[in-house]
Design a protein around this ligand. Structure first.
Ligand SMILES: Cc1cc2nc3c(=O)[nH]c(=O)nc-3n(C[C@H](O)[C@H](O)[C@H](O)COP(=O)(O)OP(=O)(O)OC[C@H]3O[C@@H](n4cnc5c(N)ncnc54)[C@H](O)[C@@H]3O)c2cc1C
Length: 290
């Protein structure tokens, strides 16, 4: 990603970055199984065999492997009715099974599948909206009380990129914010009678927690986000929509692009919605908020 600079050297980014750090993976199958199979979850092998479903279940998993999260969701859903034997919906019809889960609103089985992403090139305005999603999410965000001024970067949203006048206002504002941050930092250090290099971590934290108050919504706010697929879907449905803020809409679409190839069946119901007046894509589904 290009890191831009204003004429005064203030750094800013113009697009969100999404990196998948972790997602549901299969665990090692028990040693006596022939291969590490998508269907042979270590936690379920003993149970499946005790119940007498071993041959049918493992055989199908070997013949028709599914992505691990999809296999897990299908197993969890089928466990509910002990549909683990010959008569169950086999992996070849997994898409049909997953679609039925979505259509009937049994979204809890999607909660077993999770993904962790790192977002950067996103603003504090975006993350303030992101952290409003309470259910099924975990967040870890760069602390403005710990970060030093030299790590400060800002984010320019699409509207500002498309207008020279708005872009100049943005550049002036982030220059002024970065400068103001530095001035406040020096005044605070002087007031506390300490030097930057000799200050303890606690003293620096005390300085930065006050200096940061001048930082705008446009300040970059990198964040690690973990959520299960049910929650990710709800986030994307709300934010990749004609009604959402442009920056978070673009970010939600990028999250969808990063996650959907990992478990295509869990996302296959999403189709392009109307393109927004600002040119951003949206997504729509017949199975909202499963
Ligand atoms: C276009 C748009 C505009 C917005 N504008 C504003 C605004 O102006 N001001 C503002 O404050 N917020 C605003 N929001 C944020 C919005 O109100 C929600 O806080 C946010 O979208 C998270 O949605 P959620 O509560 O459904 O998700 P989550 O918090 O992830 O919850 C998921 C689901 O769990 C259930 N749930 C969660 N908590 C509870 C609870 N306490 N009680 C009962 N059920 C619960 C609900 O069914 C909920 O949909 C806006 C959101 C959007 C998409």
């Amino acid at each position: 990603m290009t890191i831009h600079q204003t004429a005064k050297g203030t750094r800013y980014l113009t697009a969100p970055r999404v990196e998948v750090l972790a997602h549901t993976k299969r665990v090692r199958a028990r040693d006596h199984l022939p291969i590490i199979s998508p269907g042979a979850f270590a936690f379920s092998n003993d149970f499946i065999e005790e119940m007498g479903f071993g041959d049918s279940y493992v055989g199908d998993a070997l013949d028709n492997p599914l992505p691990p999260g999809t296999e897990l969701a299908k197993f969890a859903g089928q466990l509910c009715y002990l549909s683990l034997g010959e008569q169950r919906t086999k992996n070849a019809q997994a898409q049909q099974y997953i679609d039925h889960i979505k259509a009937s609103g049994h979204g809890s089985v999607l909660e077993h599948v999770s993904a962790t992403v790192l977002l950067w090139g996103v603003s504090r305005a975006l993350t303030h909206e992101l952290v409003r999603h309470r259910v099924g999410f975990g967040f870890s965000q760069v602390s403005q009380r710990y970060i030093a001024g030299r790590h400060l970067r800002f984010v320019e949203t699409p509207a500002y990129q498309q207008s020279a006048e708005l872009h100049n206002l943005f550049a002036d504002w982030i220059d002024a914010s970065a400068e103001q941050y530095q001035i406040r930092e020096s005044v605070l250090l002087n007031t506390m009678g300490i030097g930057y290099d000799t200050a303890t971590t606690e003293q620096r934290k005390a300085v930065r927690q006050e200096a940061r108050r001048c930082l705008p919504n446009e300040t970059e706010a990198p964040i690690v986000v973990t959520a299960n697929v049910r929650s990710w879907r709800h986030f994307i449905e709300q934010r990749c929509s004609p009604f959402a803020d442009a920056e978070i809409c673009r970010c939600a679409y990028a999250v969808y692009q990063a996650l959907s190839p990992l478990e295509p069946m869990l996302w296959s119901d999403y189709t392009p919605g109307p393109v927004r007046p600002d040119g951003l894509p949206t997504l729509t589904t017949p199975y909202r908020k499963v």
